[in-house]
Design a protein around this ligand. Structure first.
Ligand SMILES: Cc1cc2nc3c(=O)[nH]c(=O)nc-3n(C[C@H](O)[C@H](O)[C@H](O)COP(=O)(O)OP(=O)(O)OC[C@H]3O[C@@H](n4cnc5c(N)ncnc54)[C@H](O)[C@@H]3O)c2cc1C
Length: 282
């Protein structure tokens, strides 16, 4: 773990996929599933976008060889969406195709609002040919109810999160209470709409409890939805939920381009910074 400094270590499983796979094995051993993310976004040129694609192809093969319970999550700006839509689509298609061959699943993370429409468009275009791909919707965005309605209609696998990017009030709810209320409303839409394996991604106990109740109310069995949390946050809670019989999937980043991810974690919760600072002095 050479390049990984003490700052990022709490949230990032290692510099390389092999280091991350050791952490995946340990979590699988404890009954937790994982989604693996190679850190990176907003690439600067074609070569970086293609290198990211190749890293995911190699990651998928290593996951298959290791026989771990682990899918992958990626960002479209890491695959070149900020440079050229065709390039991003080709890279995404190559990864989804390889995942299909290996019996695995690809989740497209959702980035800031500059990418929302284009990310969904690329997702729908890959969905025409492949069913092993899903997307993320952010409850903070005012457009999300309409997006979820269309995704439910298309029987898409959706991960619902609150949203980690700073957005203007015209397009996103500025108040936490409104984001939470929208989160719960979207949970109901996913559960009642019988979208396949909805993933409720949050560390918020009120939201988690609401999601479990809504899923049960809609008649979903425990293996028909997932609770998801980030590596490094609330590890005790993952285990409690898994012990109680829930499917818990941990989002595990690895790699050396950790700063933007790390910054989002610190910005959304000052305790995350305190945790890191405490670690430095221990
Ligand atoms: C699996 C996963 C995938 C994600 N993917 C995306 C994505 O693709 N795009 C995107 O924009 N965002 C993504 N996010 C980030 C997400 O949007 C939020 O920024 C992040 O999860 C923080 O929101 P929260 O739901 O945890 O609740 P917050 O509003 O941050 O926290 C609510 C409450 O949760 C509890 N809590 C939170 N953290 C802790 C802690 N460390 N210890 C104890 N209690 C805690 C506290 O009670 C807190 O008041 C993802 C998150 C997860 C979990």
């Amino acid at each position: 773990m050479r390049a990984l400094t003490f700052l990022a270590r709490r949230f990032v499983a290692g510099d390389t996929v092999d280091e991350a796979l050791d952490a995946v094995r340990a979590l699988n051993h404890d009954g937790l599933k994982v989604t693996l993310d190679n850190l990176g976004e907003e690439v600067k040129n074609r070569a970086q976008a293609e290198a990211a694609r190749d890293e995911y192809l190699s990651m998928l093969r290593k996951i298959a060889q290791a026989e771990v319970d682990c899918n992958v999550s990626l960002k479209m700006s890491q695959f070149g969406l900020n440079l050229d839509e065709r390039l991003a689509l080709d890279n995404l298609t190559a990864v989804v195709k390889e995942a299909k061959k290996l019996g695995n699943f690809v989740r497209i993370d959702m980035e800031g609002s500059a990418y929302t429409e284009r990310t969904l468009a690329l997702f729908y275009s890959v969905l025409k040919e492949y069913d092993n791909v899903g997307v993320v919707i952010q409850a903070m965005m005012r457009r999300s109810a309409a997006d979820i309605a269309k995704l439910v209609e298309n029987k898409v696998r959706v991960r619902l999160c609150k949203g980690a990017y700073k957005e203007p009030p015209e397009i996103a709810f500025p108040d936490k209470a409104d984001v939470n209320a929208n989160y719960d409303k979207l949970v109901v839409a996913l559960a009642a709409g019988h979208a396949p394996i909805p993933a409720f991604a949050t560390h918020d106990d009120e939201r988690i409890d609401f999601a479990i109740t809504a899923a049960e109310g809609a008649g979903l069995k425990r293996d028909q939805y997932e609770l998801q949390m980030l590596y490094g946050l609330r590890a005790k809670r993952w285990r409690e939920l898994a012990r109680a019989g829930h499917v818990v999937r941990v989002y595990m980043p690895y790699g050396t381009h950790w700063f933007p991810y790390y910054y989002r974690r610190i910005r959304e919760r000052k305790e995350n910074l305190l945790f890191v600072v405490k670690g430095i002095f221990q």
